[in-house]
Design a binder for this molecule. Structure first.
Ligand code: NAI
Ligand code: MG
Length: 507
């Protein structure tokens, strides 16, 4: 695959320039990198995976398995058990038994040791986990290696620390575990979302049944192996693989005390309806259409890096992606020009190559959705810029793209694309920026870029978003609560606030 990202010859360090314009950076292929693929040779992916229930690997009662593929090559990686309602029932019973007999009775300091062990094992197996994550889901190895896996370990470390200090997390209240948590996770951060769900649940004394997404089940199954090797009591963590029906069976199971869901707003609403009137507790972490707001006084080059990170990180498969860029009008042309030059340097291709910036789209279905929304953007009169990078023949790919000249009401400015597609809008005053930023059904995250700290605080207080980043984007830490407003869901994950989703408070 060609890594040439621009058409200019290497002898032209500067691109064409209009009168009065700053020089443009056009590298041609002068900075081409040699391929640097991470070798998957030492990683063994089993040809088939069963369900992890009650501490044992069990064939599904359904008798059925489904394929999981590498979206960068469309090659089959493995086949995975499809859990039906009876399998889910087995898993919930195993989780209940473990809850009643061991886990809820164990001292917090003992639970902490197991959680700590899982954290250590994730670190020890970091390379394997990163490679499998990139193969199964298409994300660049530099992201799975430097973000997903270290953060997954960090969540277990952090929550191991809380397990024996819960009385201090809730002043004057006595926290009790809820029981069995059913946890349904998406395909964009498979291992990390498993960690976000499992670690706080276990720290608070709950047991879990985890349902990974159907396109990316492998790292959750490797995590189940880690749980097994760490000798957690059988049934404390159960993993049932399958698609929507398996998820629905788990959400609807009467033996589950709490459902934690991360995924689409549509399915989140469906789960909320199904749970209405039951005693089950629910947290939902759903979609987003975050405003990334760049003021004229911002350090523009840093802001451009933040824009790129905000939308092209993980191919834009990020619920908190900065997918709506709001630029102060006076710097619009400058920002767009710098953004176009920067996007032209992004390397798209083999997720296992350490130089890859943009990997494969997670699935054919997601690629179709991205294409459809981009077509709608063009039909609505938006001006499209896409990187001219070469796309590999096999697999699912979409070039980094942005739209200018878009109206607030267009689909591309309102709907979650969940792909490497940015919409650029403008504003003139902080009030207008705020009004446009909040004019969405979502409210998960936002970014503010400015030289003035006071402006960041002024905006952060008024933005209806669970997370607001100032002069940075996509920064995560287990101690920092994450979650949404409005149709982005409710409940927080991470920090002390995240613990409260897994406890009942007495007193
Ligand atoms: P989805 O919401 O269908 O999938 C998320 C998880 O829910 C998966 O594990 C899936 O198997 C499970 N699920 C599906 N139907 C279910 C049901 N009826 N009951 C219980 N669990 C169920 O998301 P999908 O279809 O993969 O993606 C569609 C769109 O959703 C994306 O294009 C994106 O816009 C958005 N999305 C948002 C995510 C986020 O983190 N906010 C994550 C994934 C998708
Ligand atoms: Mg896969």
């Amino acid at each position: 695959m060609s890594r040439q990202m621009t058409k200019a010859p290497p002898s032209a360090p500067e691109g064409p320039r209009e009168a009065g314009e700053e020089p443009r950076l056009v590298f041609g292929d002068a900075w081409d990198y040699a391929p640097a693929p991470e070798s998957p040779d030492h990683v063994t992916i089993a040809p088939r995976y069963d369900l992890f229930i009650g501490g044992a690997w069990r064939a599904p009662r359904s008798g059925r398995y489904f394929d999981t593929i590498d979206p960068a090559s469309e090659a089959k990686l493995s086949e995975v058990a499809e859990a039906n309602a009876a399998d889910v029932d087995d898993a919930v019973r195993a989780a209940r038994a473990a809850y009643e007999t061991t886990w809820s009775k164990m001292k917090g300091s003992e639970r902490a040791k197991y959680i700590f062990r899982v954290a250590r094992a994730i670190q020890e197996k970091a390379r394997e986990l990163a490679i499998v994550e990139s193969m199964d889901g298409g994300k660049p190895i530099k992201e799975s290696r430097d973000v997903d896996v270290p953060l997954a370990a960090a969540h277990f470390f952090y929550h191991a620390g809380w397990a024996d200090k819960l009385d201090y997390a809730f002043h004057g209240r006595r926290p009790r575990p809820l029981g069995v948590a059913g946890q349904i996770i998406p395909w964009n951060f498979p291992l990390l979302m498993a960690a976000w769900k499992i670690a706080p649940a276990l720290a608070c004394g709950n047991t879990v049944v985890l349902k990974p997404a159907e396109t990316t089940p492998l790292t959750a199954l490797l995590l189940a192996r880690i749980v097994e090797e760490a000798e957690l009591p059988p049934g404390v963590v159960n993993v049932v693989t399958g698609a929507g029906e398996t998820g629905a069976a788990l959400a609807g199971h009467p033996g589950v005390d709490k459902i934690a869901f991360t995924g689409s707003t549509e399915i989140g609403k469906r789960i909320q309806k199904a749970l209405a009137g039951t005693r089950k507790r629910l947290t939902l972490e759903l979609g987003g259409k975050a405003a990334n707001i760049v003021f004229a006084d911002a350090p523009i080059d840093q802001a451009v890096e933040g824009i790129v990170n905000g939308i092209y990180f993980n191919q834009g498969h990020v619920c908190c992606a900065g997918s709506r860029l709001l630029v102060e009008e006076s710097v619009h042309d400058l920002v767009v020009r710098k953004l176009r030059d920067r996007v032209a340097t992004l390397r798209l291709g083999d997720p296992l190559d350490k130089n890859t910036d943009v990997g494969a789209i997670n699935s054919k279905a997601q690629l179709d959705k991205i294409r459809q929304l981009v077509e709608a953007g063009e039909a609505e009169g938006g001006e499209r810029y896409s990187s001219s990078c070469a796309l590999p023949q096999k697999g699912y790919w979409f070039p980094p793209t942005f739209f200018t000249g878009v109206s607030q009401s267009s689909r591309i400015a309102r709907e979650e694309v969940f792909g490497p597609v940015l919409t650029v809008l403008t504003f003139r005053t902080p009030d207008e920026a705020l009004e446009k930023a909040n004019n969405t059904m979502y409210g998960l995250s936002a970014g503010v870029w400015t030289d003035k700290g006071a402006k960041i605080f002024w905006m952060a207080q008024r933005l209806k978003a669970g997370v607001v980043w100032g002069n940075t984007y996509n920064k995560f830490d287990p101690s920092s609560p994450f979650g949404g407003y409005k149709e982005s869901g409710f409940g927080r994950e991470g920090g002390r606030q995240g613990l409260s989703a897994y406890v009942e408070l007495d007193g």
